[in-house]
Design a protein around this ligand. Structure first.
Ligand SMILES: [Zn+2]
Length: 253
């Protein structure tokens, strides 16, 4: 605390109200998960969505981690909890390091490895390209949510589809009534034209309105939307895999 040039110097400083800016004793310490799908695949040979055995192993691993959080919270008098961290960079960085250090990991790491688009599937999510219908994805992933206290979220990457308000209503109602899903997002993709500023659905090479090629795409990188041109390569790899997944919101669910 003596060195004002040091990192996080102000964190424990007393603010004008007499309390520290951040009270470390009252803070919650988050433990993020990345690549449950690949861990399970490496151990059992199947991805989370490919067999009941793999899925149950996933639940067992996360339950164990959740219990450890409780045990350590008590032992060290700290609030620890599991989080679905956004991990935009870590999901790619850890995959890259593992490919160097543990070449065997290429059996399970996702994305196009030749193009440096390798990644671990974020958190407890099922593979982005898993050929599951959306309801099954939500029902199965939401079983993990009571174990993850922070930021648990299921994404419906609907691409250029425009589900009707009724089908979205039916989906949300069903999820609310039948699952323990903490958060569900319905995430379309958009193309924005630099020339005429028109926004159109889906990721396109040309503007729907004026035909210009001077366009950019936006979609959800993790919890928030951003320009795809700013994404790192591993997220581009995941985006391609999302496009082969099945996230269709059906009118009758
Ligand atoms: Zn245009």
């Amino acid at each position: 605390m003596a060195n004002s040039d040091g990192a996080l110097w102000e964190i424990g400083k007393i603010a004008e109200d007499g309390k520290p800016y951040v009270d470390l004793d009252k803070g919650t310490y988050l433990i993020g998960l990345i690549g449950l799908n690949e861990a399970v695949q490496y151990i059992s040979g199947d991805q989370l969505h490919e067999s009941e055995k793999a899925y149950k192993l996933g639940l067992k691993i996360v339950s164990f981690m959740s219990l450890k959080c409780e045990e350590y919270s008590e032992r060290f008098d700290l609030k620890l909890s599991l989080e679905e961290s956004p991990a935009e960079s870590a999901a790619g960085r850890l995959a890259k390091i593992d490919l160097q250090e543990f070449p065997d990991s290429k059996k399970v790491i996702k994305g196009n490895l030749e193009r440096d688009e390798s990644y671990y599937t974020n958190s407890i999510h099922f593979a982005a390209s898993a050929p599951l219908d959306l309801i099954t994805r939500i029902v199965k992933q939401s079983k993990f949510h009571p174990l993850i206290k922070s930021g648990a979220m299921i994404h419906a990457f609907v691409g250029e589809n425009r589900p009707s308000p009724e089908s979205i209503y039916n989906l949300i109602k069903k999820v609310w009534e039948n699952t323990q899903c903490s958060q569900l997002t319905i995430s379309p993709e958009f193309t924005i034209c630099n020339l005429c500023n028109k926004v159109s659905r889906g990721l396109k090479e040309n503007c729907n309105n004026c035909g210009s090629k001077d366009v950019y795409g936006i979609t959800r990188i993790v919890g928030y939307y951003s320009k795809i041109t700013n994404w790192n390569k591993n997220k581009i790899g995941e985006l391609k895999d999302r496009h082969s997944g099945n996230y269709k919101v059906r009118s009758q669910v």
